[in-house]
Design a protein around this ligand. Structure first.
Ligand code: MD3
Ligand code: FE
Length: 209
């Protein structure tokens, strides 16, 4: 069931369509989601993709859902199978779908959720999410564990800004923000006790197809 309350007003971000709810998730919900991530990565292990140019990502990844985002020498795409196990990705947990229904304000449910794991040294360069078929659907992001410095800039020209994303924060990137340039400058090591061995998990739900 849609067992997730309506969120309060999001905080201002200076970018139309970038909705941010700091600490929307309770500690209990965060622990539940971490538990789901542990189960997922037992079946669909975190792995380190390489860029089409052959450079390994510093972030390790897995996915939930009928489709998962992958990158290799052939490019970026969504595919139904884990590239190393050749097994389907595990199904999206109901709690995550409930969070989507409560915040995304979109008629479709996500068919993909990328699981990103950052150790203290991992980064993600400025990029746009353009591998999805329909940009009218938003992307929803959940941050867990150590805080991160998130950088974002308008789709075309314009200066970038940064905001700290902390454990339990939820953001929705829709409308004009859907094609915003964005990335992770750095992880703030030791800022959360949620993950016993530290690091940061980011989950991004998407309508891929
Ligand atoms: C802005 N992940 O997986 S989440 C990614 O924290 C990605 O792991 C980052 O960028 C992370 O592609 C940022 C916040 C986010 C997600 C999707 C967006 C910001 C976005 C899509 C459009 C604009
Ligand atoms: Fe992205």
């Amino acid at each position: 069931m849609a067992d997730f309350p309506s969120p309060p007003a999001p905080v201002p971000t200076g970018l139309d369509g970038f909705l941010l709810w700091p600490e929307l998730l309770t500690l209990e919900q965060q622990k539940q989601i971490v538990d789901h991530v542990r189960q997922a990565v037992r079946l669909a292990p975190l792995y380190r993709p390489v860029t089409p140019g052959g450079r390994p990502f510093s972030v390790r990844m897995s996915n939930w859902g009928p489709l998962g985002w992958v990158s290799d020498k052939n490019g970026y795409r969504y595919q139904p199978l884990h590239p190393q196990t050749n097994q389907p990705w595990p199904p999206l947990p109901a709690l995550l779908l409930d969070i989507w229904r409560a915040t995304a304000n979109h008629p479709r449910l996500p068919d993909a959720c990328l699981i990103n794991f950052y150790d203290a040294e991992a980064r993600m360069g400025l990029h746009q999410d353009k591998d999805e078929a329909d940009f009218s659907a938003p992307v929803l992001s959940i941050s867990l564990g150590d805080s991160a410095i998130f950088r974002y800039a308008p789709a075309g020209d314009g200066p970038s800004r940064t905001v700290k994303l902390s454990s339990g924060d939820v953001c929705v990137l829709g409308g004009k923000a859907r094609l915003a340039r964005h990335g992770i400058d750095r992880i703030l090591d030791g800022t959360s006790q949620l993950l016993p061995r530290g690091g940061r998990i980011n989950l991004t739900m998407r309508v891929a197809q």
